[in-house]
Design a protein. Structure first.
Length: 275
């Protein structure tokens, strides 16, 4: 009975989604006056039963009729086991010692996007959706993106756990230069609006593709590519290979296609893959 985008200004929806200290509905939540504050006693987390790290900051939400630590279950990728946040509610106003930014911060639960396909489907399109829905998709929006857990726990797999592998695409959401795990963000800084969770809600995926290609490659480059003769492209991979790919290529030539190619995405940069 929960809607896709919820705000605590809707009492009826709030009651349906809340029980005890749990926000039960897996959806996208919007709050006001959200701060990053120092955590007196760091909390040790375990990621994937292998990597340990310490959270040294907490998320505090002010000016609500609620107190204490609560667990926020949010909509997110099915490939992530961590679609939840721990948030501290405090009644009253933001302390005068804190700095308030008149902007929006998006709290994101990332997956392990080992390639462009998984990054696009699991992370980027849902994130694009909530940024667009909140009317923050414009130059100069200075959006902030904060992650649930570190993405640099295992440096041996840089494409899987890296904040920079897909940075060219993330920049199309008009984020500022800092996008990292939330407890590394400056403490005692607050945001007038905050969005927790992501959900893909795009009527036409071509809109997203056009937005990214024009911002990553430039409009003139896109026009030049689209005006040229079309290719038949076979995407080959190092693993899960198409074993009869040469037969498929020859079949395409026999049918009448003249521009046929085999592309190994792993051998190209993200920007080249976009083109």
């Amino acid at each position: 009975m929960c809607q896709s985008y919820a705000s605590l200004r809707k009492p009826r929806l709030y009651l349906l989604c809340y029980y005890g200290d749990l926000f039960l509905c897996k959806q996208v939540y919007t709050f006001h006056n959200v701060c990053i504050e120092a955590l007196q006693t760091p909390v040790t987390r375990v990621f994937n039963r292998k990597f340990y790290y310490n959270e040294t900051a907490k998320i505090t939400i002010y000016n609500l009729h609620r107190e204490g630590l609560h667990h926020l279950h949010v909509a997110g990728s099915r490939n992530s086991l961590w679609n939840h946040w721990d948030v501290h509610f405090r009644q009253g106003n933001i302390p005068s010692s804190h700095k308030l930014h008149n902007g929006t911060v998006f709290f994101v639960v990332p997956t392990c996007p080992a390639n462009l396909h998984h990054f696009w489907t699991d992370e980027f399109v849902p994130l694009y959706s909530v940024v667009k829905h909140n009317d923050r998709l414009y130059p100069g929006a200075n959006n902030q993106i904060l992650y649930r857990q570190p993405q640099d726990l295992d440096t041996s797999d840089s494409e899987c756990l890296s904040t920079t592998a897909f940075e060219d695409i993330l920049r199309t959401l008009y984020i500022n230069r800092f996008h990292d795990v939330f407890f590394r963000a400056p403490v005692n800084e607050c945001y007038s609006n905050a969005v927790f969770g992501t959900e893909a809600n795009v009527p036409d995926y071509r809109i997203v593709i056009n937005h990214v290609t024009e911002n990553v490659l430039g409009k003139e480059t896109v026009e030049r590519i689209t005006s040229s003769k079309s290719y038949v492209t076979f995407v080959q991979r190092q693993y899960r290979r198409i074993i009869n790919i040469r037969e498929l290529l020859q079949t395409a030539l026999d049918i009448g296609f003249r521009q046929v190619r085999i592309v190994y995405f792993e051998r190209h940069s993200v920007k080249k893959q976009v083109s």
